[in-house]
Write a protein that binds this ligand. Sequence first.
Ligand code: NAD
Length: 350
Amino acid sequence: MTALPPSDKALVPFVSVENMMKLVHHIGIEEMLRGLADYIEADFRRWDLFDKTPRVASHSAEGVIELMPTSDGEVYGFKYVNGHPKNTKSGLQTVTAFGLLADVGNGYPVLLSEMTVLTALRTAATSALVARYLAPKGADTMAMIGAGAQSEFQSLAMKALAGLKSVRLYDIDPAATEKAARNLAGMGLEVVACTSPEESMEGAQIITTCTADKQYATILTDNMVGEGVHINAIGGDCPGKTELAPGVLHRSSIFVEYPEQTRIEGEIQQLAPDHPVTELWRVMAGEAPGRTDARQITLFDSVGFAIEDFSALRYIRDHIGGTDYYLELDLLADPDDPRDLFGMLQRAGN
Ligand code: NAD
């Protein structure tokens, strides 16, 4: 980790998709997933310091566009992210994102970054970090339901952080299952391609649901889920977009990022507004228990919270120093006399 070299204050380091991919290969994906999880855990443990608000969502018939801001008082961050389940049919990503960090002291941005790849990494790192607290002891097999863009990241993070040895893939589209199986081959996991969700869950102690559909879907019905498993529910993250039958929720101990946001967007939108949930930061800070019983069903009702993106951007800021994996963007006007913005514009015309 090398600090960014001092540069012209008005030039903003920018990490493109191409450079993000180079950085991932430079660091190593599993090492980076572990590093991101460390940053996320450290920030969850100082939860009280952060400004927190449910993300600001703009819904349409086809999807959602969201802004996710937060600050720890010294650094401010936000992410722009979309969720459009039908996009893949026209060759576009379901989820794309970019984000920014700024210095609270003067308001100047200090990093602008792609966050489509980074979101997949941070979501996976969060899932695996949470599984370390909640999955049953010795869990080494995961059902991965939904084999889209996030799925390989989810699988590898569970390997890198939570001891996963075998992943059982299922997607409603066999081509997606095949794609994920191909991508994960030779990466140190046993990979089993399955033809039904039930088959994918055979022998699995961790069940990840990561599908995209803008409806109250029922990926897991009550009778599919046995005792003692950990459910990592990623795909239900919008009003009217869920993956689990209410019966599963009623049998589970539910853990969430930020209740005020999860009650709007997560699986628990299907439950009474006062249904008990545990905030994950409390578990990480040692203030609340994680799994307490081998027969308990634990559920991480993941929606993705701004602090995870802040942590991920912080990680990138701390790891691009000394590399060539960023450009300097002329994003901010920088007149010699700060009050002579107009004069700078006039001189540019000459
Ligand atoms: P994607 O479109 O690339 O993949 C989704 C996959 O789900 C597709 O392959 C599709 O065929 C499959 N699918 C749809 N219905 C299914 C069903 N009934 N059974 C099995 N498979 C089914 O999307 P993605 O980028 O992988 O994202 C997956 C979901 O995760 C999205 O809903 C997205 O909004 C959500 N997400 C959540 C977070 C978070 O922090 N919680 C972060 C990123 C993405």
